[in-house]
Each structure stands twice: as C-alpha cells, then as structure tokens.
Ligand binder design. Structure first.
Ligand code: G3P
Length: 223
C-alpha cells in the first residue's frame, strides 16, 4: 500500500510527514474550501515545498468544459510546477481532455470515479492514476471493492500503465478492503489518517509496558 494525504492543511501535512510513509498529497476544490480564502497557487506551491519533489502532488481542475479543463491544467503546470498530476473528473468532457493531455505526456489522475466503466475507460487512455470514490460508492449501494477489482482486472488484461489510487475513505476497513481488491495507492483524509495508530488498545499496551518497566527500575527509559 502506498499512502497519500487527501488534505491541503499545511500543519497536518507537516505532522504526517514526521511519522507516516507519505508518497504524496491530493486535493480538490472541496478540500481547499476547508482552508478558507487562500491564494490557490501560493498554497499549492507551499505544499510542494513541504513535500519536496520526490512525492507526488495531485491538483484538480475547476472548469468542466473541455477548453476550460485544458486551460486549468496548463495554468497548474505553469504556476505550480510541471511535475503536478492534473486531477480530472471522468465525465464526457473530462475524458476528452484526458485523451488530449495524455497525448502531450501530461500526468493525469482520473477522479470522481463512481463506477467500473469510468475507471476502465480512463485506464484505456493510460492515465497515471484512477481514483475510485470508495465511501461515496458505498453510500449509493455500490460495492466499491468489486469496482476496484474490475478496474484492476482491466488494467491487467489490457496492459494499461494506470494505477489505482483509492479515495473517499471513512474508515480503515474500507482502506484494507480496497488494497486487497487491487488499489495499490490510497489517499486518506485527516479523519482516517488520525485513526491509523490511535487505537485505544495500542495506547493502553504502551502504557502497560511503561508501567511494568517503571515498577521494577523506577525510571522511564532503558538507561
Ligand atoms: O479524493 C476524493 C475525496 O476527497 C472525496 O472524499 O470524503 O468527499 O467523499 P469525500
């Protein structure tokens, strides 16, 4: 499993970089809304500075027209950096733009994937990442893990170079199930990232070990 942060909060990103094997950061307009009225390009550049150039930064277009998506993509590449992955929702116009941008070797993350067919179509254009929305699908009565597995099957059968980057998670069970179904990458919001090692049993076990050591040695470290 390769782990990304689905947040644009600078201090949370800083915090996770200290103890989690973070591969990159994903954002979208709803995630950015949580940061208030920020300067979009400055904020994205700050995230890039924080994560360095070896981690991936995925930035979503705002426009939903074909020309608008292309314009947004080129603005992101010019004003943030040319290494950014352009996130494009898999709609009709989105697919048109994906086809065009892949012809120009631009890195693409196909997003807002609610069905196998969207993911399969995106994989045929060899997008770099496909982001199925796990929790949102489950809320709609779709089995998101079957969707991940079908998209993964098509990637294998058609020798596509796309990777699956699961998104929209609300709990660790959803993360593990999608990894088992073929999602090599997952992007998690702060709500789930904060739960990864916050289990009360882990906290209690650490406390018990300390107390047992202290009871005999009267100190809290080996020496
Ligand atoms: O990366 C996609 C994600 O941000 C959507 O998540 O929590 O709005 O369903 P959510």
């Amino acid at each position: 499993m390769k782990l990304l942060i689905d947040s644009a909060n600078i201090s949370k990103i800083e915090e996770y970089l200290e103890y989690l094997p973070i591969e990159g950061v994903t954002t979208n307009p709803s995630i950015l809304k949580k940061e208030g009225n920020i300067d979009f390009f400055d904020h994205m550049k700050n995230i890039r500075k924080l994560i360095g150039t070896n981690r991936s930064l995925h930035i979503q277009v705002i426009s939903d027209s074909y020309n608008g998506i292309l314009e947004d993509a080129f603005n992101i590449l010019e004003k943030v950096d040319e290494k950014a992955f352009i996130k494009i929702p898999v709609s009709r116009n989105g697919l048109m733009a994906i086809k065009k941008l892949k012809e120009e070797q631009i890195k693409i993350t196909a997003t807002a994937v609610y069905s196998s067919i969207q993911g399969i179509l995106a994989s045929e254009w060899n997008v770099d990442f496909i982001a199925p929305y796990i929790n949102r699908m489950q809320n709609l009565g779709t089995n998101p893990f079957e969707v991940v597995s079908q998209i993964n099957g098509n990637i294998i059968n058609s020798s596509s170079s796309s990777k699956i980057l699961g998104a929209s998670y609300k709990n660790i069970y959803q993360v593990l199930e999608s990894v088992n179904s073929g999602s090599e990458y997952v992007t998690l919001g702060t709500e789930v990232l904060d739960k990864l090692v916050a289990d009360v049993n882990i906290v209690q076990a650490v406390k018990d070990f300390s107390n047992d050591w202290y009871a005999i040695h009267n100190r809290n470290s080996i020496l």
